[in-house]
Design a protein around this ligand. Structure first.
Ligand code: PLP
Length: 412
């Protein structure tokens, strides 16, 4: 069968691949510690689970409206508006500005497909989540990678943004708090980037704020505070990360531009009809219910962050920045390139060579010889770093980091 040129160009998700590898090794009986996947280990809050049961009993088993059930759209608009209000801006979201989709991933994909055409350029500051570039390629667009640096906390500078814009630029995709770096753009950072964009009316902004509640300094700034940009701004959020509901697959986008909402709804109608009804109802209850569970999970992530940063700072050859949001640590490991794994290591036996010269190779060594699963920074466009997810227990973090530490001490 023919596989289209467009799909042939798309890569597999390296984080999902590492997650699958960890599952496979666990099933084979190995004592694996998985620090690869961006998925909270907490159970979904009890009142949300109850909501699913209620929705099943209420026969929410039929097709629904394309952009989502009205209750969830209202709840999502209120939720997103609360972040706008916290930022001091006044232009908040209404239900009609929201399209609910199958996870934030589909909301991002929808937005990119709606805005980007063949040959259009999309600016992606890296390190960033690997799916953005693949989504842009799926839409026929051209990812324009703009590297950010460790020394600037991996934040896009106004000068770098300005330099990347060409007459073909249609979109900037920006994620804060950022996966994989944990960096967070301040209100001032966002304002200065927005100033550049105000002079470039053909460039829209897709702000991925899926981790916005997992922000260790308190409130996280939102792009939706940029009132003058609202007509070409799409903000994405969802319940996966913050409410521990990854498997429910509910996310949404918010946009004040009615033409965009109409076009995007049309496309979603042809693709999926609507997101799963019972899951939408559960997501509505999550947003409308008591948010203490979210605060508790974020506090647990904060304790885990302190632990992982403390342990990681002791590891030789690692340069460690404290993440300001998310549940990812992204150490620079270049000082270890050029070292050799022990001759009797599984890594050496597999490769017939002991040399470790990249983050990919380091991650493979740690996987084979300490059974800790991490993801190489190359999956995010930054091959000098690696990503560890600390959405796992303190005990797993301690054990995982001890194993990594011991394995790195064995390098020569
Ligand atoms: N955006 C970022 C930055 C992510 O890291 C992820 C998941 O890893 C998503 C979006 C997708 O979220 P969802 O699971 O709701 O599709």
């Amino acid at each position: 069968m023919n596989i289209s040129e467009r799909i042939s160009q798309i890569s597999d998700s390296p984080t999902l691949a590492m997650g699958a590898k960890a599952r496979e090794m666990k099933q084979a009986g190995l004592d694996v510690i998985s620090m690869s996947i961006g998925e909270p280990d907490f159970p979904t809050p009890a009142h949300v689970k109850q909501a699913v049961k209620d929705a099943v009993d209420a026969d929410m088993s039929h097709y629904g409206a394309i952009p989502g059930i009205i209750g969830l759209r209202r709840a999502a608009a209120k939720y997103m508006s609360s972040f706008v209000e916290q930022s001091g801006a006044e232009d908040t979201f209404a239900a009609e500005d929201i399209i609910v989709s199958v996870g934030a991933k589909q909301a991002l994909c929808n937005a990119i497909e709606t805005i980007v055409g063949d040959g259009d350029e999309v600016i992606l500051p890296t390190p960033c989540w690997g799916s953005y570039a693949e989504m842009v390629k799926l839409a026929g667009g051209v990812p324009v990678i703009v590297h950010t640096t460790y020394d600037n906390d991996f934040l896009l500078t106004p000068a770098a943004l300005e330099a990347a814009i060409t007459p073909r630029t249609r979109l900037l995709v920006i994620c804060s708090p950022n996966n994989p770096t944990g960096s967070v753009y301040s209100a001032e950072d966002i304002r200065t980037l927005a100033e550049i964009l105000l002079r470039r009316p053909n460039v829209a902004v897709l702000a991925d704020e899926i981790y916005n509640q997992i922000c260790y300094s308190g409130t996280c700034a939102t792009w939706a505070s940029q009132t003058a940009l609202l007509d070409r701004l799409v903000v994405v959020n969802g319940v996966s990360k913050v409410f521990a509901m990854t498997g429910y697959r509910i996310g949404w986008l918010a946009c004040k531009n009615k033409e965009f909402i109409r076009a995007c709804t049309r496309m979603q109608g042809q693709q999926i009809t609507c997101a799963t009804m019972v899951a939408q109802y559960a997501a509505q209850q999550a947003l409308e219910g008591d948010l203490t569970c979210v605060r508790e999970m974020t506090e647990a992530f904060r304790r885990r962050r302190e632990l992982i940063v403390r342990l990681a700072k002791d590891i030789p050859g690692w340069k460690v920045r404290e993440p300001k949001g998310t549940f990812y640590l992204f150490p620079d490991v270049t000082a270890l390139f050029g070292k050799y794994a022990p001759a009797d290591s599984n890594y050496t036996k597999k490769h017939n060579s002991s040399l470790i010269n990249s983050a990919d190779e380091l991650c493979e060594y740690l996987l084979l010889d300490s059974l800790v699963v991490c993801v190489s920074g190359s999956a995010f466009g930054e091959p000098s770093c690696m990503r560890l997810s600390y959405a796992c227990s303190q005990q797993q973090i301690t054990e995982g980091l001890q194993r990594i530490h011991a394995a790195i001490l064995r390098l020569k």
